[in-house]
Design a binder for this molecule. Structure first.
Ligand SMILES: *[C@@H]1O[C@H](CO)[C@@H](O)[C@H](O)[C@H]1NC(C)=O
Ligand SMILES: *[C@@H]1O[C@H](CO)[C@@H](O)[C@H](O)[C@H]1NC(C)=O
Ligand SMILES: *[C@@H]1O[C@H](CO)[C@@H](O)[C@H](O)[C@H]1NC(C)=O
Ligand SMILES: *[C@@H]1O[C@H](CO)[C@@H](O)[C@H](O)[C@H]1NC(C)=O
Length: 458
């Protein structure tokens, strides 16, 4: 009996820790668009982590070198690594970006690398992993090229700086957007990577490196491109694309956050924090205004599953900034204003979500410009610029899928950006700042419930 009292006390203290540990955060994607440097975004702030897009093709897509492809828009030079005089598609001229990554890390921001994006059979964009052995090779490559420094690794490290400082990225993201690919290769890859990351994290003593995913929101079989990967490997964060998919996106009654919560609850990713992924472009199907996004945050923030908001992407948001404040920063400011003090007795009931849904229903997914403007979203710039921004910079492939407000079972892939390479100059003064160690504890929900009832009935 003595020991059970101790475990009750432990349970209560864990429950209270959980109740206060849930502070929502903002992740932005960066890389595909614009010419402003990563450092400039980190200086302006308004996000907690930034995910670089994309590592766009798997090693096996380029059998001549067995190197993966990277593509960061204008943010790297055009140079690529050579293997035996054969050009790979792995960019070697990312010196400015590499310094910026370290700069952002010194400012306390996590910098992650995303594998995936718009899939195509083009070897530069084909990230299929067809065998388990290829998956393990890919995991080792990712880890040794972008993770912890390994003196025995003879391969490239594209983000180490010219001064010889090694860059250890804060996470590996997976944005797998094609369901025809067999998932077994990726499952083997994720298991291998998870093992490497866990060994490293326990060595450094905190959750330095994360594994994250950006699944599209459909969970129905045939459309859930990452379902099996997520249920078999432990992801730390899932920034679900609640857009481009009329059957499940934010801003509609079909917003399926609760389904995602239920889906992860009994799989390997049951401790994953769920982020609401939103587009910053008004012409992306599923765009919601900043005000709607803030209401979504308020309605979800008491849920232990809730991690925050993801925005695609930083450059688009900057282009649509309201009074100079991009959408992600406005949401981040809102998160700071409303302090999260959820009661230990909350449960993952559907009450909160129905509040979110009924709110969302009033918008009916009708995201025409006029309805957005009349609902309070004021553009600081002229409508000409709105049109320009919305047609030229969407993540969603708007050309092939017009916005619709009716339920459809056809998810739309995220957009195919047009890539041009330039070499922007990087001028900034690094500022020393302690790196935040954001080890976050995620406990199974039953612990909270058990602790609560023990508290009540003790
Ligand atoms: C490069 O060429 C050498 C000599 O032919 C060969 O042993 C090596 O495996 C090649 N490396 C790659 C990565 O193909
Ligand atoms: C370090 O690199 C060597 C040589 O490529 C490799 O055998 C070893 O597995 C690597 N270590 C890790 C942790 O990946
Ligand atoms: C979240 O918890 C706080 C504190 O208990 C409470 O004031 C607030 O109403 C809750 N929000 C929702 C949406 O349930
Ligand atoms: C969307 O807005 C347009 C223009 O105001 C209106 O004609 C249409 O009926 C609306 N659709 C829905 C589903 O509310």
């Amino acid at each position: 009996m003595h020991s059970s009292k101790l475990s009750i006390a432990a349970g209560v203290s864990l429950a209270l820790r959980l109740a206060t540990a849930v502070k929502p955060e903002v992740n932005v994607y960066f890389g595909q668009y614009g010419t402003d440097t990563l450092a400039s975004y980190c200086d302006s702030g308004g996000f907690d982590s930034v995910t670089l897009a994309f590592l766009s093709a798997s090693p096996e897509a380029d059998p001549a070198t067995n190197y993966p492809a990277t593509d960061f828009g204008t943010h790297c030079g055009t140079g690529v690594y050579m293997i035996n005089n054969t050009a790979s598609r792995l960019l070697s001229g990312c010196t400015g970006l590499a310094s910026d990554i370290q700069y952002c890390q010194r400012l306390g921001k996590k910098v992650l690398l995303s594998t995936g994006g718009v899939w195509s059979p083009d070897p530069a964009r084909n990230y299929a992993v067809t065998t388990e052995a290829n998956g393990e090779f890919f995991a080792d490559f990712l880890w040794n090229a972008f993770g912890a420094y390994n003196a025995s690794w003879a391969g490239p490290r594209p983000f180490d700086t010219s001064s010889g400082k090694h860059t250890v990225l804060d996470g590996f993201d997976f944005d797998i957007e094609v369901e025809v690919l067999a998932q077994k290769g990726y499952i083997a890859m994720l298991k291998r990577l998870r093992g490497l990351v866990d060994i490293y994290n326990s060595a450094v003593g905190f959750q330095k490196v994360l594994i994250t995913g950006a699944p599209q929101c459909p969970l129905i079989d045939g459309w859930a491109d990452m379902k099996e990967i997520i249920s078999t490997t432990a992801f730390d964060r899932l920034w679900i694309q609640f857009y481009n998919n009329d059957i499940c996106q934010a801003g509609t009654a079909r917003f399926n956050y609760a389904e995602w919560e239920a889906f992860i609850s009994d799989g390997a990713s049951q401790n994953a924090r769920l982020y609401v992924g939103l587009p910053a472009s008004m012409d992306t199907v599923g765009y919601v205004s900043t005000e709607e996004a803030n209401t979504l945050v308020d309605n979800l923030r008491n849920r232990s599953s809730f991690g925050g908001v993801m925005i695609w992407d930083a450059s688009i948001a900057k282009g649509n900034a309201l009074n100079g404040v991009p959408m992600y920063q406005a949401i981040r400011n809102h998160m700071d204003q409303v302090s999260a003090t959820p009661s230990p007795s909350y449960t993952r009931s559907s009450t909160v979500l129905s509040a979110a849904s009924s709110f969302a229903t009033s918008f009916s997914g009708n995201v025409s410009h006029s309805s957005i403007l009349s609902s309070g979203y004021v553009q600081p710039t002229s409508s000409v610029i709105i049109t320009d921004t919305c047609t030229s910079r969407t993540h969603g492939s708007t050309s092939s899928s017009a916005p619709t407000t009716t339920a459809s079972t056809t998810p739309v892939d995220n957009g195919a950006p047009t890539i041009t390479h330039a070499n922007p100059s990087h001028t900034f003064s690094p500022v020393a700042s302690a790196q935040r160690a954001q080890a976050k504890s995620s406990l199974p929900f039953f612990t909270v419930v058990v602790a609560f009832f023990m508290t009540v009935y003790a």
